[in-house]
Structure formats: C-alpha cells, structure tokens
Design a protein around this ligand. Structure first.
Ligand code: ADP
Ligand code: ZN
Length: 605
C-alpha cells in the first residue's frame, strides 16, 4: 500500500501543505510524466522529485553536478528517515559497492549521482539491472552552452530518454529566460513535456543597489548595521579582490573566508564546509561559489562588483533567505564598474555576435541599477513576469528623485568632442571631471587644458555628481569606452542628439546621504531582522545551543537537524506535548521520534 504525496509531505517532511506548483508537478511525475520545472532558488524544487521517488516503486536517480554537496543532501534525507545514498569519485570502492548492492536490492529511495559517473558503462549497466522510479536532472541549465554554468557532461544526458523511454524525467532549474528554457527542452529531449514555471518572485529578499565610493567601508558598515553575526555571501569579480576583501573583513571582526577557483581543492572544500557548518560565517567568493549550496539561512548576499548579467545576479541573490525569512541583497556599483565592463567586452575574444550578446546583458544589468522604479518589477520583467511595485526594495522604500541632466550631459559630451576634434586626445573619466570642475592638476597643466573653453564650466556640480552623470551616460550608451584606449571615453552616434539639444535626459539622484544613514539604519535594522519577545528569544537561543551539539555529534550542518524557522516557531509556541510539537512546520515523524523528548525538555528549562 502506497501513501499519498500529501501524506508523505506531512509525515516525512513535517510540512502542512504544498507550495505553488509542487502538487501539480508531483502528481504529473507520479503518474509517469516528464516535466521541466522552473522555480527560483529556494522555491522548493527538491520536493518535486523527492516525493515522487518515495511514492513510486523503485529508486529515484538524482543527477547533480557538485559532488562536494551530495553528502549534505544525503545527510539531510537520512535525518528525515529517507533511504538515500550517493555514488561519486570521493568514495572508496568498498563504499561504492555497498551502495550499488543496496540499489540492486531495492533498498534505496533516492540515489545521487554526478553526470560524469552516470554516463560510465558501469553505472548505466547497474541502473539497467535495478529498478529506477524517475530521473531528476538538477541544475538543468548546465546543459546550456550560452549559460554561465555550462557542463559538457550534461549534453550526454539525452541518452536517458533512449535507454529508459518509460521512466519519467524531471529537469529542474532556477534559470529561466525563455531562451534557456527552450535550450534545455531541446538538448534533454524534453520536447512535449509540460513546463511548470513558478513565480520568480522572492518577496522576503530586500533588494538594494547603492552608489559605490569606498566599497569595502560601505560593505563593512552594511554588515555591521544590518547583519552582524549573520551568515552571508559577498561576491567579487576577481580572485585578488576576493582575497583582499576577506582579509579586510577579518581584520574588522567579521569571520570571513575566501573562495575562488585559484585556491586548492582542499582549501575550497574546507572553507565551504565551515560556511555550511558554522554559524555566522561570511563567504567572500567569485561566482565559482554557490551552485548547489542549499544552506537555508544565508541572510545576505552582497555584490561589490557589478555582475555581468541580470540572470546571474538573480541566481546569486536568490541564495539569500531560502528559508523564507527576511534577507537582503545588496549591490554597490559605480562609474568604474561600467568603464571596466565595457572595456572587458571590447577586449573579449569571440565574434561580434558574442560581444553584442555580452553588451545586451550588461545593458539590462545597468538598466536595473539606474532605474527609478521598483527593482523587483525590473528583475521579474527580465523573466517575463509582471508584478505591482513590491514595497521591499530601495526604490520603493525611498524613491530616488529624478533631475534634468541635459545641460550637464551637454557640457561633458562637448568636452569629449572638443578634446578629440581640436587636439586629437581622449581621456578617462577622472581627467574629464577635473577639466569641467576647473581643477588645475599637474595633468591639466601638462596638456594646457586650462585654455579649453570647457575648462571650469562644471564647477556647479560636485565630483561625485559628475561621476553619477558620466556613469549614467555610459549606462545609456550616450558615451562609449574607446576600443583602443585604456578606459578613455568617446562619443557615440546617439551623443549627437544630446549635443544638438534634441533629447532631454532625466538622471537618478541618490536619496540624501545624511538622512539615509541616520533614519534608515535603525528602521532597517528592525524590519530586516527578526525580533522575538525576550522569553521566546531565550528559548530560541537554548534550542540553538542544543541543535549545534546534536549537529556536531552527527557531523552535519545545523540546518540539517532543524531550520531556524522551525526552532523559532517552537520558541514562540512552546509545545507541551509530543503532539503539539508534531504540529510544528518542519517536524516530521522521524525527527519527532528522534528529538521530541529532548526538545520538550529544552523548552521546559
Ligand atoms: P530549491 O531547490 O528550489 O532552491 P529547496 O528545495 O531547497 O529549494 O527548498 C527551499 C526551502 O523550502 C527548503 O528549506 C525546504 O525545506 C522548504 N520547503 C519546500 N517546500 C515546502 C513546503 N511545501 N512547505 C514548507 N517548506 C517547504
Ligand atoms: Zn520595489
């Protein structure tokens, strides 16, 4: 006798009801259908294959690209009483053999395998001899050759369909532009399978994009003011910046670790393990870090360099707040980012079509940064989804003003024009600003730029304001980074319309600095964080201490035992009996049995 998907959800996972499309997806797969599932990070994809694997006879095979993370996933399932195992190259042959035998004997509900392992003859033969209930292809966007996570092994997965035409296949991803979606369906031969596209909105994440000046200081005060003691991720573009930022945070009392592809495998996995297992660790990383990390209580994701695409940015920020509790996505961006990225695109190998694609991705990212409207509306529009203004992003909470920057733009564009026309010279942003503001620097004197008619015509605006103008002109391609130069600036075809006065330009004005730091630091601190009444807070702390002991004893991350959200609910509504406790979200049958008494005791104390 099999139990239903809903009973499985409640008994095994301890959750009351399905979210969004979960039920429809699970029913479809239980009945043997293929599907393509698109849900944002934290949307609840895992249950979409775990529950069918428990309900259908046989073993569910989960193809997952990162062997370093399989163990945590399997540990979490074992804690729930699910019979799960993995096969990968980190195991010795004896362990592999035991897993293989368990599979053949029908003793596994779920088996995790890396794609390169799966495609070996040995593994394919093994699967043919046992009973497979479904194939789940996790991180399915890895099959996309244009995407940032392309993995050639994924291309081989189309053979599953040929060898096991009757076993349902489920491809899952959090990357969902329509182009990527079509590519996944094509390459995995999932044409004809329904696409379940969830809302990509993650309302608990507060989006904020600020103007960069001293970025490390800004980052530090952001963490100290809003996320002291929290677990977070800081993304940087280069390895050097990862190293120096991690060091800087450590010097300032934030426990930070570096992660990038240049570190040895042992260091990387040790740092990842600490991030997963210890509380309050900040990972400073390149985009090499994050896929497959499903730590639920990451409270912030900060970017100190401009990401290259909205798609990548949304995936990275989505790693915050998977548990549904408040979290922050913070990005600092400035003029130099735009110059640098435009330059990198100019210099990148590949044909024009490739560069155009990169340029379009950057433009979308810049549009998001410069918008005066709701950030979330912009983000979701990128995935073809519409929402009302969200009320939980910086532009909703503190609307920026717009100002007419036409004259300022004309001043700077004509400075660029004159330097080139009259003297055949091109310069970068800093020198242009010095000329406009009439600053007699050595460089200005060297080139006799005091004699230019534009010298000093921009003294009315601060340097900061001019950087803002330049940045926005670059963002809108009204100025270009010169192809040959080192970040020197040149006019574009559309610059002329502005110079001729045929276009009015409205620019974004950042909200007043002072008002922002005093007023909002406290306001933000309050609503971004989670505040419990004192006695509940005390119980919560006690439960956390208890949990970290258990986790250490089992050698698993704390969240594998219980999520913060579950502990918080227990602390808020202290259960008097096992029955009460079993009614709390996240407490399934197995965990109730294993930990119920201890929790009741801990709460009573
Ligand atoms: P994804 O793989 O899509 O990023 P997960 O499968 O890791 O997301 O789920 C995110 C979080 O939401 C997990 O902590 C999971 O336990 C929780 N979750 C998923 N579905 C439900 C549900 N129906 N009810 C309550 N919590 C859920
Ligand atoms: Zn908004």
């Amino acid at each position: 006798m099999t139990i239903s998907p809903l009973e499985t959800l409640q008994r095994v996972f301890g959750y009351e009801s399905f979210r969004g499309d979960q039920q429809a997806i699970i029913e479809h797969v239980v009945q043997g259908g293929d599907a393509l599932v698109l849900m944002p990070t934290g949307g609840g994809k895992s249950l979409c294959y775990q529950i069918p694997a428990l309900v259908r006879p046989g073993t569910g095979i989960v193809i997952s690209p990162l062997i370093a993370l399989m163990q945590d996933q399997v540990d979490a399932l074992l804690e729930l009483g699910v019979r799960a195992a993995y096969l990968n190259s980190s195991q010795d042959w004896r362990t592999s053999r035991d897993v293989e035998q368990a599979f053949l004997a029908g003793e596994l509900d779920l088996l995790y395998v890396a794609p390169e392992r799966l495609l070996t003859d040995r593994c394919l033969d093994l699967l043919s001899q046992g009973r497979v209930s479904l194939f789940a292809i996790d991180e399915a966007h890895c099959v996309s050759q244009w995407g940032h996570d392309f993995r050639p092994e994924y291309l081989g997965l189309s053979l599953l369909h040929e060898r096991w035409p009757h076993v349902p296949r489920l491809a899952l991803t959090a990357t969902a532009t329509s182009a990527t979606r079509r590519e996944i369906a094509d390459r995995l031969e999932l044409n004809g399978a329904p696409h379940f596209v969830a809302s990509f909105d993650r309302p608990n994440i507060r989006y904020r994009i600020i103007e960069k000046n001293e970025v490390r200081r800004q980052l530090l005060s952001f963490i100290k003011a809003e996320h002291e003691g929290d677990c977070g991720i800081v993304y940087c573009l280069s390895r050097a910046r990862v190293e120096e930022t991690a060091e800087f945070l450590c010097e300032n009392g934030i426990p930070a670790l570096p992660y990038h592809a240049g570190l040895g495998a042992a260091v990387r996995s040790a740092n990842q393990a600490r991030f997963l297992r210890e509380e309050g660790v900040v990972m400073v990383a390149t985009i090499a870090f994050g896929m497959g990390v499903n730590k639920p209580d990451v409270r912030f994701v900060a970017h100190i360099d401009l990401p290259k695409s909205v798609e990548g940015y949304y995936q990275e920020t989505g790693r915050a707040g998977r548990d549904g509790q408040p979290a922050t996505a913070w990005l600092a961006y400035g003029l130099q980012d735009v110059v640098q990225q435009r330059r990198m695109i100019n210099e990148s190998p590949g044909d024009d079509a490739f560069r155009r694609r990169l340029g379009a991705q950057l433009d979308a990212m810049l549009g998001l940064c410069e918008t005066v409207n709701c950030r979330r509306q912009r983000l979701l529009a990128y995935f073809d989804q519409e929402i009302a203004p969200c009320g939980n992003c910086d532009t909703c909470l503190e609307p920026p003003q717009a100002w007419d920057g036409t004259v300022a733009a004309q001043k700077i564009l004509s400075a660029v024009y004159r330097l080139w026309r009259e003297r055949g010279q091109r310069f970068g942003a800093g020198h242009l600003i010095d000329i406009l503001r009439g600053k007699p620097t050595d460089r200005v004197k060297q080139y006799e730029h005091e004699n230019l008619t534009v010298y000093g015509i921009g003294a009315d605006l601060s340097e900061q304001a001019w950087r803002g103008v330049l940045r926005q002109l670059l963002a809108q391609s009204l100025l270009a980074v010169d192809h040959e130069g080192y970040g020197t600036l040149a006019l574009t075809d559309s610059s002329r319309d502005v110079l001729k006065g045929e276009r009015t330009l409205m620019f974004r004005r950042e909200p007043e600095k002072k008002a922002r730091s005093t007023r909002s630091a406290s306001a933000r601190g309050k609503d971004a964080g989670i505040v419990l009444p004192p006695d509940a807070q005390q119980r919560f702390e006690n439960l956390r201490v208890w949990r970290s002991e258990v986790a250490r004893g089992h050698g698993v991350p704390a969240y594998v035992i219980f999520h913060d959200a579950t502990l918080r609910e227990i602390a808020m509504n202290p259960p008097a009996s096992m029955d009460d406790l079993g009614g709390i979200s996240g407490v399934g049958v197995r965990k109730l049995e294993a930990y119920g008494e201890e929790i009741l005791r801990c709460v009573r104390e």
